[in-house]
Every structure is written in C-alpha cells, then in structure tokens.
Write a protein that binds this ligand. Structure first.
Ligand SMILES: Cc1cc2nc3c(=O)[nH]c(=O)nc-3n(C[C@H](O)[C@H](O)[C@H](O)COP(=O)(O)OP(=O)(O)OC[C@H]3O[C@@H](n4cnc5c(N)ncnc54)[C@H](O)[C@@H]3O)c2cc1C
Length: 427
C-alpha cells in the first residue's frame, strides 16, 4: 500500500518552466538533498534543487526515523572490514550528526516529534552477541545491559532519539525556500560536461558549476559502476496500534526485526530481503503495511564525495540515512565552501577484501536476478526496465511495476515513481 505513517500535508513547489543557470544543482529532495540545501542556503552560491516527484517522497517517506548510532551490527561489520579506527570515526560521525540534527531542530524551533529514545540491540544468538558486546567496548560505547522491555539478550544506550522524518524535511524546505530554488516534478534525465555541467531534465536544461546527486540511486552505470558496488535491501514495515513506549530496538540476527513507537502506534520492520525475493508477510492484525528499500554498500561505509571534479554523490547509507544524510550534507557543503576534503567515505576508496568478496557475490546476484526476471516472464507480456533491461515484476501491494534487479518503480501505466531508471516504460 502506498501509504506511510509519516504522510502529512506537504509544502508545494512549482516545476521548472525555463532553462536555468545556477552555481550548485542538487538532484533529489529527500532528507539528504534538503539537508544539504539547508547547509548551503546562507552562502553566496546560487543553489537550485530539483525533485522528480515531490520532496520527501522517496525512501525518506517510508523510513522508521530513528536517530541512533547503535545501528544493528553495522559497527561490528565496519570494524571487520576496515579496522577499529575507521569504525570509531563512523560511530563518532553518527553521534555528531544526532547532536547536529537536534541543534537544527532546536535553533529553528521545528516541531517534529523529537523524543529521546533508548536504542536497544538484541539477539537470540549468544555467541554473536558476545562478539558485538566486545566490539562496542572497543569502540568506547558505554552500553547498559538488559533493558526491561525486551526479553532477549540485549544492550542499550540512552543518548539516542526518534523523530517524524517528514515534518523535519518539510520544515527545512520551508526555512530555505526563499534562498534556494526548489522545483518539484522536475527529473534529471542526463548529464553532460562542457566547462560547466549541463543537466537535461524532462522540462529543459540546467547549467551548473557543482552537481550533487542526492537521488538515492544514481541513474548512470559509468563512471563508478554503481550497480555492482551496491545492492538494495527491501523490508516490510507493519503498523500496529499500541501505546507509545519509550524505546526503539533492532536485532542483530539473520532476519532483521526493528521496532519503534510513534504516538499510539508501533512500527514493526521485518522480512528484510533482496529485491527479487517475494514478501513472506501475511495480512494479519496490523493497521496497514508498506515496503521500502535502501542502498547497501559492499564495505558497509556510505559513499560521500566526488566521483569526478565538482560532481558529488551522497548515497549508500545502509538503511541508516537519517544520520548519514546529515554526515553527507556537512561533508559536501564543507568541501564546496572551504575546500575541506574528508576521505573516509569517499566513493573511490580502496577496495577492502570484504568489498572484493561482496562485489563478486553481488555480480553473481545481479546476473541471477536478471536471468530469473527473464525466466519468470517467459511467455508473459511483462514490461522491461529501461535502466539495465531486467523484466519488471508486478507489486500487488502498491499496484506498481518494480525492477527486481535495481529497484526502479513505475505506475501501472508506466510513469516513473522511483529511479534509477530516468525513462518511462514503453507500453
Ligand atoms: C525500511 C527502512 C527503514 C529505515 N529506517 C531508518 C532509521 O530508522 N534510521 C535511519 O537513520 N535510516 C533509516 N533508513 C534509511 C533512510 O530512510 C534512508 O537512507 C534515507 O531516507 C535516504 O534519504 P535520501 O534523501 O538519500 O533518499 P530519498 O529519500 O530516496 O531521496 C532521494 C530523492 O531523489 C529523487 N530523485 C531520484 N531520481 C531523481 C532524478 N533523476 N531527478 C530528480 N530527482 C530524483 C527521488 O524522487 C527522491 O525524492 C531506513 C531505510 C529503510 C529502507
């Protein structure tokens, strides 16, 4: 169902009506693009943001909205892939981001249901759980043991929060709208480079000196080979009636379960899977449910920085983009304003052994998903995705066509809801 617990009245923005020249063009009006525009809106740069649908209507609309650094077992995976120093840095960036978001909320008096909420991680696997606890100690995280609300083995920290992600995004958009030109229903179709970048949209051209892609999944394959350096993880979130409990929780076991509360409702995330796997969720006593997917990287760090001079990406948040959007917005704005370069999350980082192994697995997965999409559609008239030509699957829950390989999503009559495809499907 195309419905989310965060849906509220949103500010509206016009679409592009003529060709534009700007200093900085941000593509994508999710939490990342809007936060970046917030950090740039008081500079001397002329900033423009385009959004193919409506701001906040991408992955950010269907998140669980936790602001935490206890991100399941991600810190442990980063430690294994990159060592303790980088894992500490990642953790500290998340903590700074939480602090920074709270400051933005307080300084601008944003009403977005910000609440302190202890973050719990729990497990049914004692061996793995003791490794995680040891790792948290090495990362100087002073956790507490056994939160009374959870039966399983668990640890928790208190200095974490939850909020209403769309109230936050819309409030930021309202704050910046006099300084930043925001265009909705304006889709980037292609990028060319002369002296400046020339971006072709569905409504004209935009020339810019800096181009920043905050569109969750960049549409091009070259440069950077994005589809093999990332994969998408999909989950189902069910909404139940419940009282507002003061904690949020996630497990570290194979089948992810994540919980948070909002007013009189419980959000219960389950059934995390690859895009080509079918949902195992039956309808039961929930109010409603929705699906969402985010970009996962092969070495567990986000991609934040340049992939060509003055061409930036901010993506690969491994389902932790509420904080990582702020990390990305700070890094990219500082690089443009002060030429301060941060290397840890740069997209062209050295491939670790973990990434090489995971990229190999991902290539196999991509090929399998492609072939499987062809086998599933054999003898049936199903549309083809214009991005990398996988056959689309019908999503009954949303009545949409979805790509089982890279997640493009189309309405039943072929219009784009979500990239990476920038083209509609042919009837
Ligand atoms: C199930 C689930 C639960 C999650 N829970 C949490 C959580 O509790 N805490 C947390 O920290 N993170 C969480 N995340 C992750 C977080 O929601 C995402 O990482 C974050 O919302 C990504 O924001 P974004 O702005 O980068 O992307 P988006 O919100 O998707 O924004 C990108 C925008 O770009 C637009 N766009 C795309 N292509 C084009 C184009 N060609 N031209 C113009 N515009 C374009 C899209 O329409 C979209 O609006 C969760 C993710 C999932 C999947």
């Amino acid at each position: 169902m195309d419905k989310s617990v965060w849906d509220i009245r949103k500010p509206k923005f016009a679409k592009q009506t003529q060709d534009i020249k700007t200093d900085i063009l941000i593509v994508g009006g999710g939490i990342t693009g809007i936060t970046l525009a917030y950090y740039l809106h008081k500079t001397d740069y002329k900033v423009t943001l385009i959004e193919q649908n409506q701001i906040g209507h991408g992955v950010s609309r269907k998140t669980t909205g936790k602001l935490t650094y206890l991100q399941s077992d991600l810190l442990y995976k980063i430690t294994k892939a990159h060592g303790l120093k980088i894992a500490r840095e990642y953790k500290e960036e998340q903590q700074k981001a939480i602090f920074e978001i709270i400051n933005i909320i307080k300084n601008n008096n944003i009403q977005c249901n910000l609440e302190q909420s202890p973050s719990i991680i729990f497990s049914n696997n004692p061996k793995y759980f003791s490794k995680i606890k040891k790792n948290l100690k090495q990362l100087n995280i002073n956790y507490h043991l056994n939160h009374p609300q959870i039966k399983q083995n668990n640890v928790y920290v208190n200095d974490t929060f939850v909020f209403h992600p769309l109230k936050y995004v819309y409030s930021l958009a309202n704050i910046i709208k006099n300084d930043v030109k925001i265009y909705e229903n304006t889709r980037m179709l292609s990028i060319n480079k002369n002296n400046n970048f020339i971006v072709r949209t569905n409504l004209g051209f935009i020339e810019c000196q800096y181009l920043i892609l905050c569109n969750n999944y960049p549409p091009f394959i070259f440069p950077f080979l994005f589809p093999i350096k990332t994969h998408l993880e999909k989950s189902t979130i069910q909404l139940f009636k419940d009282e507002n409990k003061k904690y949020n929780a996630i497990n570290i076991d194979k089948h992810t379960i994540s919980i948070r509360f909002h007013q009189d409702k419980k959000l219960y995330l389950t059934n995390s899977r690859n895009l080509n796997q079918k949902s195992e969720i039956d309808a039961n006593d929930q109010l409603y449910q929705w699906e969402n997917y985010d970009v996962m990287t092969m070495d567990y760090l986000p991609f934040i920085g340049t992939i060509k001079p003055n061409l930036f990406i901010a993506t690969g948040f491994n389902t932790w983009g509420m904080t990582n959007s702020n990390v990305a917005a700070k890094i990219i704005s500082q690089q443009i304003i002060n030429n301060e370069i941060k290397n840890t999350f740069k997209p062209y980082r050295k491939l670790s052994l973990t990434s090489i192994i995971n990229i190999t697995k991902n290539i196999i997965y991509n090929i399998t998903a492609f072939i499987q999409s062809k086998i599933n559609s054999f003898g049936k008239a199903k549309p083809i995705c214009p991005h990398m030509y996988c056959t689309l699957e019908h999503n009954k829950l949303d009545n949409t066509w979805e790509c089982p390989c890279h997640g493009s999503k189309f309405t039943k009559d072929g219009r784009i809801i979500k990239g990476p495809s920038t083209k509609e499907i042919k009837k």
